[in-house]
Every structure is written in structure tokens, then in C-alpha cells.
Write a protein that binds this ligand. Sequence first.
Ligand SMILES: [Cu+2]
Length: 120
Amino acid sequence: MNANRRALMSAATALLLGRPMARLLAQPKPAAIDVVARKFVFIPGEIHVKKGQPVVLQFTAPEVPMGFNLPDFGVRTDIVPGKTSALKFTPDKAGTFTFLCDVFCGSGHEDMNGVLIVSE
Ligand SMILES: [Cu+2]
């Protein structure tokens, strides 16, 4: 391979690799928040996020299977003991929104909820 061809190849490689990388870097890094679901509370029970900023909620349930449901944003996930369930979304409106457990987990299930507080 001559020098010109080599330069062309490395320029092409840089272009191929560089574009997705630049796009990744341009996006704000999602804020990761750990949430533990136990009988019969979410910890924390109040989650603070910013409008327009992607967020990843990382759930664990040490005791029994749980669910997380945030109806105002149309997102939910199962939470199974022994693994972490990640739920990524971008809050597109500000306010206080109730989330709840939607997998029956025992006598306190009906009262198992919390709030997502989205600031401008
Ligand atoms: Cu429950």
C-alpha cells in the first residue's frame, strides 16, 4: 500500500468511526438513579429529574418481584430479584407525577407508590 492510499484509508476510517462518536458525545449523558423496590416502598420515594434531560432509572427488588409504572410518561418495567432493570426515558413535561408498583407483591401493594418531580 502506498502512502497516499494509506492516508486515504485512515481518513475514511476516521470518518466512519468519528461520526457516531461525535453524535454520542453531543447528547447529554443520561442521569442514572438507583431505586430499590421493597415491601412496600420505593427508595427513594421521591425522584427528582430535569425536563428534557434523559434519565435512566436502575431498579432492584431484593425481596419479591415488583413492577414500576409511571403512567403519565407511558413507561413501566418489571423488577425481578437478582437483576437490575434499567428504564430509560426523557421527561418532556414538568410537574409532579405519581408512580406505582403494578405487580402484586403482598398486603401493602395497593399503597406502594411514589412521585417523580420534574423541574423546568
Ligand atoms: Cu406491588
